[in-house]
Design a protein around this ligand. Structure first.
Ligand code: PEP
Length: 255
């Protein structure tokens, strides 16, 4: 099955709402409108910028697609500082990053919490971008494929096969995030292929061939074409390089 490539820019905790507007406009004006028929381009701003990005949406152009970097597993209530699925859906979000390694590390998010967030995202009609990836010591021990597959299966626990079709998976080796040390195309394909095979085993070939699997970790315009040569690599989750409008648009154009 032909899968539409997806390039998602994770802005992390960067840019105030004025800067978010400027960057969004820069990306939108740097790519021809018909480009978005071919590739889905998504921005993932901090919560405080989502409303500003929403005001720039325009029909089916780039910025009809944006999302959030986290979600509460709860719909409402006494959870100070958290943002819920109904709030994000109301703001027009299409995607939510779930289980990013920075959330797992700094907020002690377990696979169980990640699974609840995946379910909360789907419940409110948005697509989770479920991140999995190994630390350097896991790769050095040679158990990275099993590690990532385990994270994937735990993150999807309890979902029906037709729900899994709407999930985007991002393979993000932790040692490659923000370090400038990008995985080789063969490394990326090895894990992305194994994740798709695990989906096929559990949910069947129709589902596994529909799910988009991204690579993330020091992606930039200079390495995106090579990384996307892998038959199971359907795009990228991009951190640092998504903060520079010119560079991000160039990267998207090469995807
Ligand atoms: C990320 O934050 O998901 C990421 C991949 O960051 P970077 O591209 O900066 O490595």
């Amino acid at each position: 099955m032909a899968r539409k490539p997806l390039i998602a820019g994770n802005w992390k905790m960067n840019l105030n709402h004025f800067e978010a507007i400027a960057l969004t406009q820069k990306i939108a004006f740097s790519l021809p409108a018909k480009y978005f028929d071919k590739v889905d381009v998504v921005v993932l701003p901090p919560f405080t910028d989502i409303r500003s990005v929403q005001t720039l949406t325009d029909g089916d152009k780039l910025l009809s697609r944006y999302g959030a970097q986290d979600i509460s597993p709860h719909d409402s209530g006494a959870y100070t500082g958290d943002v819920s699925g109904p709030m994000l859906a109301k703001l027009g979000c299409s995607y939510v990053v779930v289980g990013h390694s920075e959330r797992r590390e700094y907020h002690a998010e377990t696979d169980e919490v990640v699974n609840r967030k995946v379910r909360a995202t789907l419940k409110h009609g948005m697509a989770p971008i479920l991140c999995v990836g190994e630390l350097l010591e896991v790769r050095e021990a040679g158990t990275h494929v099993q590690h990532c597959t385990d994270q994937l299966i735990a993150g999807l626990k309890g979902l029906k096969a037709e729900q899994v079709k709407d999930v985007v998976i991002a393979y993000e080796p932790v040692w490659a995030i923000g370090t400038g040390k990008v995985a080789t195309a063969a490394d990326a394909q090895e894990v992305c292929g194994a994740l798709r095979a695990a989906l096929a085993e559990k949910y069947g070939p129709e589902i596994s061939s529909a799910v988009r699997v991204l690579y993330g970790g020091s992606v930039k315009s200079g390495n995106i074409s090579e990384l996307m040569k892998g038959e199971d690599v359907d795009g990228a989750l991009v951190g640092g390089a998504s903060l520079d409008g010119e560079e991000f648009a160039k990267l998207c154009a090469l995807a």
